[in-house]
Design a protein around this ligand. Structure first.
Ligand code: IMP
Length: 201
């Protein structure tokens, strides 16, 4: 019978750089199932509307693509880009618009699609921006919610999973632009030396 320590070590797999390892937090099968349920819930709330999905680049791309295919009915999408973490794993707290939407959202049923809700600063900024543009409905869909980390008083209308305060990658989420292509949502762990170099708390 392996010790507790050995068993938990087995669950971590080497990452794609020295000092990094990953462990599955939410499997691809659970993600698929939950995305399907969320799509059903959203369609139930807006049975007749054309749903205009607004994806926040780049983390939401895989989630938005899967959600769009599960929604049925009329769906359109657009993307915008805001400043993100850069190389570290802690938010700078400052949000800047890097790429705006291509089309107007006035009079549309808009679903803001986010990969993860962390401090909530990004979402707060986006909601303020979008409310001024007079959509018919404005709703927020997030795959992951790290509710412990919240600073802003924002919440999603549809949440996939509430997760612990861990840095996660995969299914679109990155660390330094890497790991987005993992099919599962994984916890990214750093060896002590790597943590020091990256100034990870
Ligand atoms: P917030 O403004 O702090 O809520 O951060 C939102 C953005 O931070 C997300 O859209 C992600 O790009 C990024 N982010 C927050 N937590 C994580 C994480 O655990 N892994 C990868 N990116 C994250």
């Amino acid at each position: 019978m392996p010790s507790q320590r050995k068993r938990s070590a087995v669950r971590f797999r080497p990452g794609n750089r020295p000092g990094e390892s990953t462990r599955v937090l939410i499997s691809r099968a659970r993600v698929r199932q939950r995305v399907r349920q969320m799509a059903r819930e959203i369609r139930r709330d807006f049975p007749q509307d054309t749903l205009h999905l607004v994806g926040v680049l780049k983390g939401s791309v895989l989630f938005l693509a899967d959600l769009a295919r599960e929604l049925g009915g009329e769906v359109s999408f657009d993307f915008l880009s805001v400043s993100s973490y850069g190389k570290g794993t802690n938010s700078t707290g400052e949000v800047k618009l890097i790429k705006d939407l291509d089309v107007s959202i006035e009079g549309r049923t808009v679903l803001v699609v986010e990969d993860i809700l962390d401090t909530g600063l990004t979402l707060k900024y986006l909601l303020r921006l979008f409310e001024e543009r007079k959509p018919k409905h404005l709703r927020v869909v997030v795959l992951l919610d790290k509710s412990e980390r919240r600073i802003s008083d924002v919440r999603a209308d549809y949440t996939g999973f509430t997760i612990p305060n861990e840095f996660v990658v995969g299914y679109g989420l990155d660390f330094d632009e890497r790991y987005r292509n993992l099919a599962d949502v994984c916890i990214l762990q750093f060896a002590q030396t790597a943590r020091k170099q990256l100034a990870v708390p």
